[in-house]
Each structure stands twice: as structure tokens, then as C-alpha cells.
Design a protein around this ligand. Structure first.
Ligand code: SIN
Length: 512
């Protein structure tokens, strides 16, 4: 079934997609949402906030320095400058839309501190519910624009591509399995990340690398695929996905201890618990490899203030029978964010004509080998806006006279049930064990071999299809990078190699 065409089709309804849709007004925009609007998006779960140089002692320059330092030498400095310069304006815009960010008693924005930031610059809401507040604000804003159509509970499966030009997507109604073609002059991928690829993740189950996989199958260039960020402190209570314990808890002084009561971060990095995320995550992983468990001790740093300061984390803890005012919080590293994605230029353009990408789906180059905390909501806002500007400038606002034929392979309704669940389970285990925090050539080759087996046995259907594409691209890029840098740590190449201090680019070898 073909639906009415739009000027622009936004695939994904998190912060990046909704900002793009809003900024495209008054164009006719369709926003495709895999779930009900407001659900299934990592934005909704984001605790930390938005990094922006809003404080009197801060500047975009300092923010840029921190971003680049975290990026471990390969962030694109031009993009870092765009991001950090633009940050305060994007925060102001959200305030104008009505976002209720936390304020001090004097009425100033209450800026939080997170690891590897040399200033307090995290704009937050409800203590640790920033993403939820932003999403609520954006949903209210889009609902006032009749030219934005939200299509819910429909999953995009493939790009419609003709002669290297994107013309929309082929999608499927979740409930009925009915196939739908959504055509548009401009297609914007904003589908979020790929956390579901890993056994332990903080991402929603919907984070199945859809945008990356669709773009890769259509022949688009990918970048920085090997760089997967693990958050050091996911709540280790046996839940999947794992609830996050925001880095701001460490920003307020909480310390990490093992089950022998040893504080181990002081021996590893001068910034101890506020060292870059990859350093802290690997240190906890190392403790686990030695058979230790790790807890976050917030008793003296936060204590009785915990429920007010971090209501979301407090609720997660209390529901699990842990009182962080008087007990350590059990934590473990979990896949949290992908620095890699669809390669885009400074306006979010991909290598396919009429196809843009923004948010976690894209790789702008800003994060380098390791994203600075709270730069992801920021990047989604900055690039959601830039993509909208570019689409408005580039794409002519008239329906295309020529509708390209659908070249996408038609597939039968997704194979579901135990076989697919088992294959996804296998893939998640092998990715966490072999393509996770510590990698080496033997493990990476094993992972690739397992991916090939899974592709042969069960490819081409449902979420597994996209996860396999992303898994393969990440493992291949990790195998090709013979060094350790940022989030990419190779036990067989434990040092950084200055000759390799550059971004990586790749394509899917067997493009459908
Ligand atoms: C956090 O709150 O620790 C997460 C923030 C982020 O991932 O940027």
C-alpha cells in the first residue's frame, strides 16, 4: 500500500527526529515511529542532560577542548566547534518551547557536573529525567503543527533507492504485518542506536540499528563503526535493558568500590571516578574478570539528598530493594551509545542523494573514539536542526514527478518466535564477549564467524536482520583497527598508534 507522499519523511521520533520535523515547518512532514509516540526512544530514558557552556566560568572553547579530549584524538575539530558553539542556542530554544530545566534558588539554570567535563555544564530536568522532559516538550510542540503527521507502530525495513537517490522507505505495520511504502523527497534517518546488539545494554529494546542497517544495505558510507561506548554504571539487578545510574551521581562525589571495600579508581586515573567513561568502564570490567562485584557508594557524598537529587535512579534502586542512602548500588558496564553510524557531512547529508541522518544513527565525527557525557542529546538537537535547514535549502518543495520503482527485496512477514529470539540471544552474547569492552583478533574473528552462521541460518527477517548488519560492520571495523583508542580497546594492541589517529569509513560488502 502506498500512503500519501510528504516533503520529508523522518524515520524515528526521538529528539533528533522531532527537532528535524519541527524545524522543517511549514513543510508536510511524516514522522515514522516504531512504537507509540513517546515510547521506545532512548531520549525518553536519558538521565544526564545536555552539555552546553551556559555557566559564567565556561565557554564553547572549553567545552570543545573537553569534547576533543574525550574523543581520543580523532574528533573532527570543525564539527566539534559547530556543536559547542551552537549548544547554548539550542538550550535556549528548548526553554522557549517550555522545557522545565532545573533552576537554582536564584533562578539560574542548575548546571550539573559529569566525568571529563572541566566545568559544571550539564543542563538537566527533574534531577535525572532530562530526556523525558525534552521528549514531552517536543511532542507537545509537534502536536500543534497540523502539517506534521505522526505514523505510529510502523517499522521501517528498507530505503527506497533509485540510482543512488533515496525516495522514502518500505515499512511494515507492526500489528498486521501489512507492507507500506512511504515516499518523500527527503528521507531523514533518526532511528537511534544499536544497543540491543549487546547482552548488557542501557538502550530500549527498539534500539536495533535500523537506520544504520537500512543505509548500509542501500550502499551508504558508514563511519567509526568500531567505537561503541559502554556506560560504567548500569544498575546490575538482572534487568534487561539495565536501568542507568547517571554519571552525575559520580559527579556529585559517589565513589566506586569492589566487594572487598577497595576503592580502585584512584590507582587507575588521576580523575578517579570522573575519568573518561571508557577508562572507568574497563576498570569495572576488569574487577568483574577477577571475580569481584562493584558498587557505587553514594552514602556520604549524597546520602539523604538522593531521592530529591536523583529521583529516577532512586526509584529503580528502591524497586530492586536497594536504598542508596544507606547501601552501595550494584553497578556494571553496559553498551550505551554508538559513536559510529551513517557517515554524514556537516549538514547531516549522507553519501546517498536525498538521504540525511542525525542523532545516534549518524556519525558526524564529533565524538571521535569516545563521546563526552551529555553530548548526545546536544548533537541530536544541533544536527536535527542542521538537517532541517539543509533539507529546506536543497530539496525542492514539490512532489517528485518520477516515482522510482521499489528495488527493495520484498520479504515475507517477519519470522518471529523462539528461533529468532534464540539467534538474537546468541548474537548479543557473542558481541558482548568478543566485540565488547576488551577485544582481540581471535575473539573478533570468532564473532564474525558466528555472525556469518547466523546470517546463513536466519538472516533477512525482523530485528535480527538489522542487528546482524550492524554486528558485522562493528566487528569488521574493530578487527581492522590495530590499536587501542577511546572506547575501542584491543588486548593484542593495547597502545594507541599515532599513525592510526584517524576516523574509519566502511561499507557493507554484500550490499543487497
Ligand atoms: C548519564 O546520565 O550518565 C548518561 C549521559 C550520557 O550518556 O551522555
Amino acid at each position: 500500500m502506498e500512503r500519501a507522499r510528504s516533503d520529508a519523511l523522518v524515520v524515528g521520533a526521538g529528539i533528533a527526529g522531532l527537532i528535524a520535523a519541527l524545524k522543517l515547518q511549514p513543510a508536510k512532514v511524516t514522522v515514522l515511529c516504531k512504537t507509540r509516540l513517546g515510547k521506545g526512544s532512548a531520549t525518553d530514558w536519558a538521565q544526564g542532560g545536555i552539555a552546553a557552556a551556559m555557566g559564567a566560568d565556561d565557554s564553547p572553547r572549553l567545552h570543545a577542548i573537553d569534547t576533543q579530549r574525550a574523543g581520543a584524538g580523532i574528533s573532527d575539530s570543525k564539527i566539534v566547534e559547530i556543536l559547542t558553539q551552537d549548544a547554548p542556542a539550542r538550550v535556549e530554544e528548548l526553554l522557549e518551547l517550555g522545557a522545565a530545566f532545573d533552576r537554582t534558588d536564584a533562578g539560574e539554570l542548575a548546571l550539573g557536573r559529569e566525568a571529563a567535563h572541566q566545568r559544571r555544564r550539564i543542563v538537566k530536568a527533574g534531577g535525572d529525567a532530562t530526556g523525558h522532559e525534552i521528549l514531552k516538550t517536543l511532542i507537545e510542540a509537534v502536536s500543534t503543527h497540523p502539517s506534521i503527521e505522526i505514523v505510529e507502530n510502523v517499522t521501517a525495513e528498507d530505503l527506497i533507492v533509485d540510482d543512488n537517490r533515496a525516495g522514502g522507505v518500505v515499512a511494515r505495520e507492526n500489528a498486521t504485518g501489512e507492507r507500506i511504502e512511504l515516499r518523500a523527497r527527503a528521507t531523514i534517518l533518526a532511528t537511534g542506536g544499536m544497543g540491543r546488539l549487546y547482552r548488557f545494554t542501557t538502550n530500549p529494546v527498539e534500539a536495533t540499528a535500523d537506520g544504520i542497517a537500512m543505509a548500509a544495505r542501500a550502499g551508504a558510507l558508514l563511519a567509526d563503526m568500531e567505537f561503541v561506548q559502554f556506560h560504567p554504571t548500569a544498575l546490575a539487578i538482572g534487568r534487561d535493558p539495565m536501568p542507568l545510574v547517571t554519571e552525575a551521581v559520580r559527579g556529585e562525589g559517589a565513589i566506586l568500590v569492589n566487594d572487598l571495600g577497595e576503592r580502585f579508581m584512584t590507582a587507575i586515573h588521576p580523575d578517579a571516578e570522573l575519568a573518561p567513561r571508557d577508562v572507568v568502564a574497563r576498570a569495572i570490567f576488569e574487577q568483574q574478570q577477577r571475580g569481584r562485584t562493584v558498587g557505587l557508594d553514594a552514602r556520604s557524598a549524597i546520602g539523604a539528598r538522593f531521592p530529591q537529587a536523583f529521583p529516577t535512579v532512586f526509584r529503580f534502586c528502591i524497586d530492586a530493594g536497594i536504598d542508596p542512602r544507606v547501601q552501595n548500588i550494584p553497578v556494571a558496564p553496559a553498551a550505551h551509545y554508538h559513536m559510529g553510524g551513517v557517515a554524514v557531512d556537516e549538514w547531516g547529508r549522507t553519501t546517498l542523494e536525498n538521504l540525511w541522518a542525525c542523532g545516534e544513527t549518524s556519525a558526524t565525527g564529533v565524538h571521535g573514539a569516545n563521546r563526552l557525557a551529555s553530548n548526545s542529546l546536544l548533537e541530536a538537537m544541533v544536527y536535527g536542526s542542521r538537517v532541517a535547514t539543509d533539507v529546506a535549502n536543497v530539496a525542492p518543495w514539490k512532489p517528485s514527478g518520477h516515482v522510482p520503482p521499489v528495488r527493495t527485496r520484498l520479504v515475507a512477514p517477519a519470522r518471529t518466535g523462539a528461533a529468532q529470539a534464540q539467534a538474537i540471544n546468541d548474537l548479543r552474547n557473542v558481541m558482548y564477549a568478543n566485540v565488547g569492552l576488551v577485544r582481540n583478533a581471535i575473539g573478533l574473528r570468532e564473532a564474525l564467524a558466528r555472525i556469518v552462521e547466523l546470517e546463513a541460518a536466519d538472516g533477512e527477517e525482523g530485528p535480527l536482520r538489522n542487528l546482524l548488519v550492524a554486528g558485522r560492520l562493528i566487528a569488521e571495523a574493530a578487527l581492522a583497527r590495530h590499536e587501542s583508542r577511546g572506547s575501542h580497546y584491543r588486548s593484542d594492541y593495547p597502545e594507541a598508534d599515532e599513525a592510526l589517529a584517524k576516523r574509519s569509513f566502511s561499507r557493507l560488502r554484500s550490499v543487497a
